[in-house]
Design a protein around this ligand. Sequence first.
Ligand code: ZN
Length: 143
Amino acid sequence: MDTSAHLLKIEHIGIAVEDLAQAESIYAKLLGCDPYKREAVEREGVLTSFFKSGPNKIELLEASTPESPIAKFIAKKGPGIHHIAFHVEDIRAEMARLSELGFKVLNEEPKRGADNKWVAFLHPKSTEGVLIELCQEISDKEA
Ligand code: ZN
C-alpha cells in the first residue's frame, strides 16, 4: 500500500472572520496564546493569522478584497468555519486519487498557500458541505 497517499492528519482549521484584529484578540484569549504569524495571500484576496494550540493550528482568514472567496463566504453564511485542511505528503498523488474517486478537485495544479504550503481544495458539494484543503509542506529546495 502507498502510505503517502492519504490525508494524514488535520493540519489546521480555517475560520472566516470579518475583522482580523478583533478575531485575533478573541482567539488569543480563547487559546491563551498570541498568533505566531500573519500572512497576506494576495492572489486569494486574504489576510491570514495563525495560532498554535498544542498540536492544533487555527487559521483566521479575513477578506482583503471584495472579490475574495472569504468576502463571498461571509456574505452568504456569516463568519464561521470555512475549511478543514489535511496534511498530505504528495499533494499531486492525492489530487489524482481523490479525483479518481469522484471528489471534485477545484485546482488543476497545487498552488502556493499561506504558511509555506502547497494547497488544493475539494468542492464542498462532494464532501457533505465542507470545503476541504489539502496541504503539503513546501520543501526548502522548492521555496
Ligand atoms: Zn487553510
